[in-house]
Structure formats: C-alpha cells, structure tokens
Design a protein around this ligand. Sequence first.
Ligand code: KG4
Ligand code: ZN
Length: 350
Amino acid sequence: MTMARVLAIESSCDETACAVVDGLRVRSSVVASQIEVHAPFGGVVPELASRHHLDSLAPVIRAAIEQAGLEPTKLGAQLDALAVTDSPGLVGALLVGVQAARGLALATGLPLFGVHHMEGHLFSAFIADDSTASEPEPFAPHLALLVSGGHTELVEVHGLGRYELLGATRDDAAGEAFDKVAKLLGLSYPGGPIIDRLAAEGDPSAVAFPRAMLRSKDFDFSFAGLKTAVAVHLEREGQPRSRAELADLCASFQAAVVDVLVAKTCAARRARGCERVHVVGGVAANAGLRARFDDAAAREGFRLVTAPLRYCGDNAAMIAAAAAAHVAEGRAPRVVVQSSVALDEARATP
Ligand code: KG4
Ligand code: ZN
C-alpha cells in the first residue's frame, strides 16, 4: 500500500485538532482542548464550541504544519490529500472544520476527503508516532468496541468502509454515563478520567449497581438506568462523606460499566468468531476497562489491541490515517456534512 501523506482537521466536538500523517505514521498531532470552556457548564455547550473552534483552528493548523516540518506555502506539493471530520458531531462545530478544510483545498488544489469520526476512532488503534514501531496488524477483520462520549458501539470490521454494526447503546453512551455520574457526585467535566482515578482507590463491590442488558441476547447496551441508580443511591444515602466513600462509589459505578462492556464484547466476539478485538474511543483510556479486557483476552485467547492512550481521545491523526487509507485504495474524495449518521451507512449516500 502506498503511504499517502495527509493533513486532517477534526472539530466535531470540543477538541480543535490538526495532524499530518504518512499513512499510519504520525508526523504531527496538535490538539487544543476546550475543557476549560465547557467545565463550568458540566458538559459541552455547542455554540461555545463553534466559537472556540473558530479562534483555535488557524493556530492549531499552523502548529501541525510546522511540527511536521512542512513548508506552509508548498502544501500542494508536499501533501497527497486533505481530510476533515464531516460527520457525526455538533453541526456548527463540524462546519468550522469543514469550511477551513475547503479553504485549504481551494488554496492548495489538493483533494479533500470527508471522514466519519467513528471511522477515525477505528484507525486510532493503528497509528504510531515512531517509524520503528512494529508492523501494524491488517485493518480487517476485527471486532471493535467504540466507546466515547457520544457513542457506544460494537462494530465488525470487514474491510475499509465495510462496517457491520452489531449493537449500540439504546440511550446514553458509556462516556456520557461517566460524565453525568461525575456531575451527580460534584466532580468536574469531563468526569471519565476523574472517576477512573478515584475508582482505583475504591472497592468495586461496595455498592451493587445494576448491569443493564447483561443477559439480553443482542449486543445492545443501556447506561441511563445505571445513572439513575447512582442518583437514587445518592438521594437515599446522601453525598459521600469521605474520599474513601467517594472512591467506593466511583469503583462500584465503573465496575458496572466495565462488566457490561467486556461481557457484551466477548459475547459478540464468540458469536462472530473474531480473533482480534480493538477497544477505541475516549473511554478506552479507562484503566479499569483496559485491565479487564487484558484478563478476558488471556482467558479466552483472543488478540487485544487498544489505542495508545494519547490517541484514545479526539485527535486529527486518526482522521488523517483513515483518509490516507482511502487515498491508498483510490477512493473518490467527498465531503458530506451530517450531524448524525451511523458508521455503517456513512458512505452509502451518493
Ligand atoms: O472520544 P472522545 O474524546 O470524544 C467523543 O468522541 O465523544 O471521548 C470523550 C469521552 C468523555 O465522555 C470522557 O469522560 C471519556 O471519554 N473518558 C473516559 C476516560 N477518559 C476519557 N472515561 C472513562 N475513563 C477514562 N479514563
Ligand atoms: Zn470521539
């Protein structure tokens, strides 16, 4: 496969990001987080996100170009293509990235590839900073658990652009549950990493929270009931009175999420006979989840691939790598901005 050099922009949610890759090799990856902007509100405020993307995008693109050692005035000759996250996401936020990318495409004459954000997350498990990194696995076949702030999905990857959705959350995404429970506990946004750290100190069996849909025969998830169970527990018992009690609550909540994610992924793997499982997305950074998947892989004898920690959260390197794969396969460049579209139907519309 020829290695396409691609510059990508990602602005679908609350990170403004730009990166340059050679195929799966990352030459630069710059991420400007808006966490501080949204933290006071306990979640992402769409209008603020768009406005901050506008402010951050030019310096972020400049930094990515510079760190990749490219000449800003010669991008047309130094790159093979441009890419941008065009779906799904906050529509105002997406549009800021897409319009900037269209401007760059006009100025450089380079083709512009729209990338589905979750296809980007799939590629996060393949990218590397170091050219001496071991040869990556073939892209397909594998089973991917995509766990982020907006999505919780089990996808069987048959090939580039051939994604079969086996199951998804029927209400909240796993990351959303982490963030909402953190808010209930008075912790700041985003709550996932904070709960993760506290959970390490706590007893996961302290509170018996429900494991929704654990025994359902499908591969769907539900996390809204768990969030309610935490709220009901807090109403009954009051807020935790010590750090130890807080840690126990976090550990018990996290164990409930992790149990379901690992059990359902393993069930899907067995049903489909997949030998390789990838865990990607913001929640894939969770230490408890990674540890439990390590155990499951050892016990059941499958190959486990997790995205490197720095590429679990939103970034543009994964978007660029996905586009580079499309370039290498000779796909036609296309941008279709859609705020909500599933991975398996993303490229179906002409
Ligand atoms: O993939 P991502 O950066 O953005 C989306 O596409 O949504 O995922 C963000 C989500 C947030 O909900 C955040 O709380 C969660 O990932 N997250 C974690 C951890 N780090 C980030 N959840 C649990 N444990 C973590 N260590
Ligand atoms: Zn994401």
